[in-house]
Ligand binder design. Structure first.
Ligand code: NDP
Ligand code: 8X3
Length: 256
């Protein structure tokens, strides 16, 4: 049938969830993933009932290579090749200077943001390439352009996402597949709560004194990008709150 499918990793909160909502509202079928089963299943049920679409769920840890391989294999065996693939699952852990950093935090970021993204991409991009069409959205970050104090390993993972996005564009040249790296600045999601290991005071401080981006702002931008005519390929899109002009320069005076 003509129904289009969007695969979104990390749809249990934040940007991924907002993407699920905007595409569901527009009649797309969804495949959504994350580790938090309850959130993923509740979102699937809500969107199916509200919009009459079908939502497939998969609950797994993107750091597990075997789970990612099983997920992509089962999906393609069932004949599902996403028209839009949003590589979103990711996180920051800690903001310590490199000489004091937690190696566990570093490994979690590298395993999730770089290796996990690659594990899912391997199978899905192969299926998309065979089909010949589709749109890949990688969620990079302003942190992938500009290093900030304490950002170190998170920055490195997002520099890697930017490089991999360029690599995908090159390697998929013999197809119609478009690849876009969306690179947000500060967006108020669960990102900072996760980064500061549940310390909500530290998390709230990140967004004080200005209007940050919302998950829905980013979802609207992604929706716009994927709706452009097929001959237009937005390779990178860097978007910040008006108060933020680079990764470390945010006007927190309340002006914006
Ligand atoms: P959230 O913490 O709200 O969402 C992160 C999502 O990623 C959750 O759905 C989470 O699901 C999923 N995820 C994290 N780790 C894993 C894992 N090991 N396996 C499977 N899923 C995982 O934050 P955001 O929405 O802000 O983050 C989404 C993306 O946007 C990330 O890549 C982040 O780096 C990027 N980004 C965020 C910015 C911001 O300021 N918020 C700015 C620029 C980029 P679950 O916990 O259920 O596994
Ligand atoms: C998240 C934005 O600037 O806190 O990628 O790293 S930042």
């Amino acid at each position: 049938d003509m129904k289009k499918t969007v695969l979104i990793t990390g749809a249990s909160s934040g940007i991924g969830e907002a993407c699920a909502r905007i595409y569901a509202q527009s009649g797309y079928d969804l495949v959504i993933t994350g580790r938090r089963r309850e959130s993923i299943e509740a979102l699937a049920k809500e969107l199916e009932e509200k919009h009459g679409i079908s939502v497939r769920t998969a609950v797994f840890d993107i750091r597990c290579r075997k789970s990612c391989e099983e997920f992509t294999k089962e999906l393609t065996e069932d004949g599902i090749v996403p028209d839009i693939f949003v590589n979103n699952a990711g996180l920051a852990r800690g903001k310590d200077p490199i000489q004091e950093g937690s190696i566990d935090d570093w490994e979690e970021m590298i395993d999730t943001n770089v290796k996990g993204l690659l594990y899912v991409s391997r199978g899905i991009l192969n299926a998309m390439y065979t089909k010949g069409t589709g749109h890949v959205i990688n969620i990079g970050s302003i942190a992938g352009y500009q290093v900030y104090p304490g950002g170190n390993v998170y920055n490195a993972t997002k520099f890697a996402v930017r490089a991999l996005s360029d690599a995908m564009n090159l390697d998929l040249i013999n197809s119609k597949i478009r690849v876009t790296c969306i690179e947000p600045g500060a967006a108020n999601t669960e990102f900072s709560i996760v980064r500061f290991h549940g310390n909500s005071e530290m998390a709230d401080d990140v967004y004080k004194g200005y209007t940050p981006l919302t998950a829905s702002d980013i979802a609207q931008i992604i929706y716009f990008v994927t709706g452009l005519p097929e001959h237009i390929n937005i390779q990178h899109l860097l978007v910040t709150p008006t108060a933020q002009r680079s990764s470390a320069y945010v006007n927190k005076s309340g002006l914006n």
